[in-house]
Write a protein of this length. Structure first.
Length: 161
């Protein structure tokens, strides 16, 4: 029964040429529709990081959590955790003045674990049929940080003991 349904479904599929044509259209859509938005959000994120203290302000509640996890230089590390929402490369920029290797390790691993960056994945989610707004995406981003930090902190303390 299942194999018959699968074969029936396979016969209904479009031709290879049609699949390639649709793929090319999607590729053009990505380059024309998404790349400018990605560049714009990345640039705005970089400007906010370099020229305003907004991420320092927003990250104040994260400092006690980092201190609880015994992350050195928690006040400097907290903005680096949040700035990852704007772009995946910004945490390294914000954390460049941090001297503690353990803290830099935590920032690097958490920035990879965050996965949701507004300038890449966030734009795709906002433009897709998934019904998430920017606030909901930010909440998911924060939850990923809160879940990843204890795990990464434990590993970091084990490596850098």
């Amino acid at each position: 029964m299942t194999i018959t349904q699968a074969l029936h479904r396979a016969h209904k599929m479009p031709s290879t040429a049609t699949v390639f044509k649709n793929s090319l259209i999607n590729l053009i859509y990505v380059y024309i529709g998404l790349v400018p938005a990605i560049f714009a959000l990345g640039t705005v994120g970089l400007m906010l990081t370099e020229y305003t203290p907004i991420f320092t302000w927003l990250s104040k509640p994260l400092v006690p959590y980092l201190e609880l996890l015994q992350i050195p230089e928690a006040a400097k590390a907290a903005p680096a955790m949040l700035v990852g929402f704007a772009d995946m490369f910004l945490p390294a920029l914000v954390g460049k003045s941090i001297e503690t290797e353990l803290t830099r390790f935590v920032i690097g691993v958490v920035s990879i674990a965050q996965i949701i960056y507004l300038s890449e994945v966030g734009v795709l989610i906002l433009k897709s049929k998934i019904r998430l707004n920017i606030l909901e995406i930010f909440i998911v981003f924060l939850l990923r940080i809160l879940i990843a930090l204890p795990i990464v902190s434990l590993i970091a303390h084990w490596i850098y003991r």
